[in-house]
Unconditional design. Structure first.
Length: 163
């Protein structure tokens, strides 16, 4: 195809060239700012530090050297649990969440997990769309799981077979 025939491709349709690196305690201050940016009830500094110290899979996704997302996964006894997946606000809706999940599934699979579980707020339609798009299915709910403005909110429990 001649260059003059090339059509612009919207960013949303490009496969993301993300790089990944494990999170360290030095990253906690930055991750905390993103937590506050994207959640009404963010994880605390203490929770972030404890996850790293406990040896969970704590990962950062970078695009062109800039941190665009973070995630925490625990893997034990053949099950993995996506505890936290967060794309910073200005990078959301560009396919980063989906691409990052693919990476995290591979990490869990390499540690012999055959399923990945996660909880999500029923009100979090953006996240639900993302999990649907990468093959998670709703398998149940957990009562009064999340803090909410007027008390508690249930969680939907989602699962994806990954073997
Ligand atoms: C939820 C989150 C991780 C998704 O990551 P993302 O990079 O924004 O999502 P993607 O761009 O990969 O989109 C994945 C799918 O969701 C859809 N989507 C994205 N934003 C959406 C929105 N605002 N409303 C509806 N659907 C949306 C996309 O169209 C895509 O579906 P498709 O493949 O059928 O087109 C990210 O938005 C985020 O960090 N949100 C704040 C923190 C949070 O809620 N984390 C999850 C806690 S359970």
């Amino acid at each position: 195809m001649a260059a003059k025939d090339a059509k612009p491709v919207s960013e949303a349709h490009l496969k993301h060239a993300l790089c990944y690196r494990p999170m360290t305690l030095d990253d906690v201050a930055y991750v905390l700012t993103v937590e506050h940016e994207v959640y009404p009830y963010p994880w605390t500094e203490r929770i972030l530090q404890d996850c790293i110290k406990a040896g969970y899979d704590c990962w950062l996704a970078l695009e062109n050297g800039v941190i665009v997302a973070h995630a925490f996964v625990s893997v034990a006894a053949g099950e993995s649990h996506l505890l936290n997946l967060s794309v910073s606000k200005k990078h959301q809706g560009k396919g980063i969440g989906k691409t990052f999940i693919d990476f995290l599934v591979n990490i869990a699979r390499n540690k012999k997990a055959t399923v990945m579980l996660l909880e999500v707020r029923p009100s979090n339609l953006q996240a639900i769309h993302c999990y649907d798009a990468v093959g998670f299915n709703e398998i149940g709910s957990r009562k009064d799981y999340y803090p909410a403005a007027n008390g508690k909110e249930d969680a939907l429990l989602y699962a994806k077979e990954i073997y």
